[in-house]
Design a protein around this ligand. Structure first.
Ligand code: ARG
Length: 458
């Protein structure tokens, strides 16, 4: 018979068991469910809602169940619906009648809210660690490539020279914000819902603060109806994960471009590449492509849960069981993507020469040539026009700007003199961008110092 079977006269249809039960995915919540139940039982004992002796029996029963599960001795039962009732049933089987007292003053509604919050808190910490590892790798690569000049793009057209360090620290900044988002979500997840019970709280004199303390929550929820039906934290978490994988996807796209023959900026390590079943010469960036591809499913997890939650009346409704697979899938996907992506980036070989030559092409020093005219007193908009003409001449003559003779410069404007050449070398274009946030080695070193401190402190 079901734990809730009292008012039923028939067994559930096997289709109902299969459809309704969540044990095949929520079983991963068992450590949280057991920890939460232990705290609840200890509190019930301390409050004399059950006796201290009963509380102790329940707690040791729960601890045994934890090790039974960990040793692979437990087979969950689909007719017991979910992890919460499976564990309660195991407890009653193990310790008998007293096990039936565990659920006093509690509902599965606040129980599942508690378990999920504990799970999300743990996952936030674990994903944050993975992000930090990636940042560490980016920091070390940036340190190595302060002087590695490469083209910077807008519209995927060569725009101005930057450095590889500058490019990589752009991602470092994105991951900083991602980590802040996770930490922020953590704060709102860190509010303990137990005591909300089914929806209207409970008539027992529960010590909710004690449970919060035992389970390392910062505070307790202040409205029992919200306590059982809030899934904002799960949505926020999926939104933070979506942002992370969106960043990984942009980076993946660049890696895919960079290792193409057209760019030839990097070579991926064999360990993180794959071959073709027909074309013997091929080496494909499957890992980066898969990370880019998996972005779609994490966005799907987010949009799925948002859509599930829209239009659900207060308080708990079974729709909310759908939060689990979305959140679990988001976690699983990021937990797979982040470590492999980190190792792939760490082991890729940089083709400095190709980056440098790429940066020299396509008149990436045109802005600097215009800036030189401005320094000579020409208004910027006029200088822009002069250099535009200069570029046209270069295209006709198939030359770079720096390869024009002074006479050719002067045909366009008499203002040019020999010193123009110093300002339009590719190195000068990078080195003169000294403003904080820019690519010059001077500016970059300052930012890398800040990032080093950040890594030590965060
Ligand atoms: N398995 C359910 C879930 O994940 C637990 C809560 C069920 N509560 C209920 N009253 N049916 O949401």
């Amino acid at each position: 018979m079901k734990l809730w079977g009292g008012r039923f006269t028939k067994e559930t249809n096997p289709l109902t068991d299969d459809f309704n039960s969540s044990i095949h995915f929520d079983h991963i919540l068992y450590p949280y469910d057991i920890k939460g139940s232990i705290a609840h039982a200890q509190m019930l004992g301390k409050q004399n809602i059950i006796s201290e002796a009963e509380s102790r029996v329940i707690v040791s029963g729960l601890k045994e169940i934890l090790s039974d599960i960990e040793e692979g001795q437990v087979e969950f039962d689909v007719s017991a619906e979910d992890i919460h009732m499976n564990i309660e049933k195991l407890l009653i089987d193990k310790i008998g009648e007293v096990g039936k007292k565990l659920h006093t003053g509690r509902s599965r509604n606040d129980q599942v809210a508690l378990d999920m919050k504990m799970y999300v808190k743990d996952q936030i910490q674990s994903i944050d660690k993975m992000l930090k590892n990636l940042q560490q790798v980016l920091y070390e690569m940036a340190m190595e490539h302060i002087d590695t000049i490469m083209p910077g793009y807008t519209h995927l057209q060569k725009a101005q020279p930057v450095t590889l360090a500058h490019h990589l620290t752009a991602y470092f900044e994105m991951f900083k914000r991602d980590r802040l988002r996770l930490q922020d979500c953590y704060k709102r997840t860190n509010v303990m819902p137990l005591g909300s019970s089914a929806l209207a709280s409970t008539t027992y004199d529960l010590d909710r603060e004690m449970v919060a303390d035992l389970l390392n929550f910062d505070s307790i929820t202040l409205n029992s109806m919200d306590g059982v039906s809030d899934r904002d934290y799960a949505i926020e978490f999926l939104s933070a994960l979506s942002m992370i994988i969106m960043h990984l996807s942009r980076f993946s796209e660049e890696i895919i471009l960079w290792c193409s023959d057209e760019f030839d900026f990097i070579k991926l390590d064999d360990e993180f590449s794959t071959g073709s079943s027909i074309m013997p010469q091929k080496k494909n960036p499957d890992i980066a492509e898969l990370v880019r591809g998996k972005t779609g499913r994490v966005f799907g997890d987010l949009i799925g849960l948002l859509t599930t939650m829209k239009g659900i009346p207060l308080a708990y409704n079974k729709d909310m069981q759908e939060d689990k697979e979305a959140v679990f899938d988001g976690v699983k996907t990021l937990s797979m993507c982040l470590p492999i992506f980190t190792d792939m980036v760490k082991t890729m070989k940089i083709n400095k020469k190709s980056m440098y030559l790429g940066a020299k092409k396509a008149f990436t020093n045109a802005t600097d040539a215009a800036d030189w005219l401005v320094k000579k007193g020409m208004p910027f908009r006029e200088a822009h026009g002069v250099i535009g003409k200069l570029v046209l001449t270069c295209i006709e003559k198939n030359k770079n700007i720096e390869d024009l003779t002074l006479a050719e410069f002067n045909e366009i404007s008499s203002v040019f003199d020999e010193s123009i050449y110093d300002d339009i070398t590719i190195e000068a274009c990078v080195n003169n961008r000294k403003v904080l946030g820019g690519p010059s080695p001077d500016a970059m070193k300052k930012v890398l110092d800040i990032n080093k401190k950040y890594l030590m402190e965060s």
